[in-house]
Design a protein around this ligand. Structure first.
Ligand code: DAH
Length: 345
């Protein structure tokens, strides 16, 4: 009798061993037959009562081994079936199909204009110097010969960091002049593009943040003629080969003498008339010969060296080029506005 019972277990074990389910569906049938709630191994455990006492232990272990064999095989089959299914679905991907288009952004009009300016100056030997936007009072004002009681230092004009009378958001890129001169002796020929901040009421014409390109040239025998020639070259490259410029005397604490440069736009069309307030001349930048006090403040011998400097506002040029009537558009990040400016720069 016990032989018959053992034979039955052997039969089930053989069935487990020889089964070759392939598809996920067949594997599931295997699971139901050998491991499901009504599986055919379960009743074999019940048969133990027909086994003589001295063989019960061996019988129990035998049936258990069948159960374990079924479990091990199922785990393996399932993994194989899943891998096969994955491979099959991978073949469904059409590798020759065109990819989804990648949305390419466009450059910001301020970046385009700034990059044009950088390009113009790097062609004549200026290198780009960048520095911090959070600056200290010394580099932004003191080194640049701006006296303690100058109105620009006022809280109304300058953003100071909380609880500080020392640290501020730079009000002009002229601060990079002092940074560069402190660490480098002449010849110095740099431009410093970047963002600046002023505590101004935001309107169509002015904003509390904007951009400038600063220029600085220090060497032996640098003269006002060098400054004028450099700026004329810039104006022609930027506004066209026929461009006329004029230099008007002005005042900045860090240059002596100082000037403002205007570019002639004419008054023929309505846009130029409006832009130049009927004069035909558009103010583009401030400039001058570096005040010897600035050189000395920064550790450069003003007896030996002289230099010129200039600072160009970028937003105004960008607005003029692209006919943008309100500066706030430049800082709102409205994609409908921004995507209009495709450019190589
Ligand atoms: N820093 C001045 C401003 O923000 C612009 C400027 C004027 C820069 C004359 C210069 C300069 O380097 O020489 O208005």
């Amino acid at each position: 009798m016990s032989d018959v019972v053992f034979d039955k277990v052997k039969e089930v074990l053989e069935e487990v061993e020889t089964a070759q389910p392939q598809t996920t569906e067949e594997v599931e049938q295997f699971r139901i037959r050998f491991l499901g709630s009504k599986n055919i191994i379960k009743p074999l455990f019940g048969e133990i009562r027909n086994v003589p006492n001295d063989q019960k232990k061996a019988y129990g272990q035998y049936v258990n081994s069948v159960k374990q064999a079924a479990e091990a095989k199922y785990t393996e089959l399932k993994a194989n079936a899943e891998a096969a299914a994955d491979a099959a679905s991978a073949q469904d991907i059409d590798l020759t199909a065109p990819a989804d288009p990648i949305g390419i952004g466009s450059r910001h009009p301020v970046s385009i204009t700034m990059n044009r300016m950088i390009d113009i100056f790097t062609r004549i030997g200026f290198t780009v110097a960048e520095d911090r936007e959070i600056e200290d009072d010394w580099h932004n004002f003191t080194a640049m010969n701006t006296p303690e009681d100058h109105p620009a230092r006022d809280m109304q004009d300058t953003f100071y960091l909380r609880n500080s009378t020392e640290m501020l958001l730079r009000t002009h890129t002229s601060s990079v002049q002092s940074r560069v001169m402190k660490r480098q002796q002449p010849p110095i020929r740099i431009i410093a593009p970047g963002r600046v901040y002023r505590n101004e009421t935001i309107s169509a014409r002015s904003h509390c943040q904007f951009h400038q390109v600063e220029g600085l040239y220090v060497d032996e025998n640098v003269s006002f003629a060098d400054l004028k020639q450099t700026l004329l070259y810039f104006a022609k490259e930027m506004y066209g080969p026929e461009t006329k410029i004029r230099l008007r005397p002005s005042f900045f604490p860090f240059t002596e003498p100082s000037a403002e440069m205007d570019v002639y736009m004419g008054t023929d069309d309505e846009k130029s008339y409006r832009l130049t307030k009927g004069t035909g001349w558009l103010e583009v930048l401030g400039c001058g010969m570096v005040d010897p006090a600035v050189l000395d403040n920064c550790g450069i011998d003003s007896e030996k060296y002289s230099g010129f400097a200039f600072g160009i506002g970028i937003e105004r040029s960008a607005m003029q080029f692209y006919d943008i009537s309100d500066i706030r558009w430049l800082f709102e990040n409205d994609v409908r506005f921004l995507q209009q400016f495709a450019s190589a720069w």
